[in-house]
Design a protein around this ligand. Structure first.
Ligand code: SAH
Length: 245
């Protein structure tokens, strides 16, 4: 897991629904984040927050409550404000993906924060002025205001993928070598001839077709080749089995 994600803070300003706080904690944990700050929440702690956090109760318990936004971001090297609406003063609005990239680049040098507004009114102008960057999550212009926790999820997802942590660990099974695959082709051909499916010298394109078929399988594994070969072997009449290893 990328250490950079540990340096990213999620700040919720004046959230009114405790359920959204819990859902935001869950959104964070699923993407490897854990630093949640609440600025003057309307009601917290609250059972609704617990219900929606489910297995992210630890993120919720570790959440720190602040009286003001300034207090919540005082030690940050960069602060990104999330807004569903365009604001006149802002020189540049970053799309969520670009903001995640910039934030990760800065996170190596100190804590960075993403600041979200309240469900009813969003961020105040004063809160926006406290931030250096304005971020928008691309959405349909007719209704571009996401639910608070869902907006948190999108940002955390972009951070997670941007940190290169988006792909689960690759399979470690051994890949089939040329020798393995050639062995399979030989085995297929023999089984086809033995069964009468392929008549030698008939000009059948069966061999080419098999090659085409298997060459389209990416990352064919040795184990998979062995399964097909084992199956072919089992289909053969007893007397012929000894000829195929
Ligand atoms: N009614 C509020 C929006 C509330 S949504 C308003 O008009 O501003 C709660 C918070 O989620 C917003 O303050 C913002 O921080 C975030 N959010 C929701 N949709 C967003 C979007 N499309 N882009 C960026 N942030 C968004």
């Amino acid at each position: 897991m990328s250490e950079l994600l540990g340096a990213v803070r999620i700040v919720l300003c004046r959230p009114s629904h405790p359920g959204n706080i819990g859902a935001a904690a869950r959104a964070m944990k699923t993407m490897g984040l854990g630093d949640l700050r609440l600025v003057a929440p309307e009601r917290f702690p609250a059972p609704e927050a617990q219900w929606l956090a489910t297995h992210a109760a630890d993120v919720l318990e570790a959440a720190r409550v602040h009286a003001s936004l300034t207090e919540a971001i005082i030690d940050c090297v960069a602060v990104f404000a999330l807004s569903a609406r365009p604001r006149e003063w802002s020189p540049q609005v970053l799309a969520a993906r670009d903001a995640a990239q910039s934030a990760l680049a800065l996170a190596a040098r100190g804590p960075v924060a993403f600041v979200f507004g309240s469900e009813s009114a969003g961020l105040t102008n004063e809160e926006l002025f406290a931030c250096q960057h304005l971020v928008h999550i691309p959405a349909h212009p007719r209704y571009s205001s996401l639910n608070l926790a869902q907006a948190v999820q999108v940002i955390c997802y972009e951070l997670f993928v941007g940190a290169g942590a988006g792909v689960p660990a690759a399979r470690s099974e051994k890949l089939a070598t040329v020798e393995d695959v050639e062995g399979l082709y030989a085995h297929l051909e023999q089984a086809a001839v033995n069964s009468g499916f392929l008549v030698p010298g008939s000009g059948s394109k069966l061999r080419e077709r098999w090659r085409r078929l298997f060459s389209r399988v990416p990352e064919l594994e040795r184990e998979e080749v062995n399964i097909v070969r084992g199956f072919l072997k089992a289909l053969q009449p007893q007397g012929q089995k000894s000829r195929n290893k």
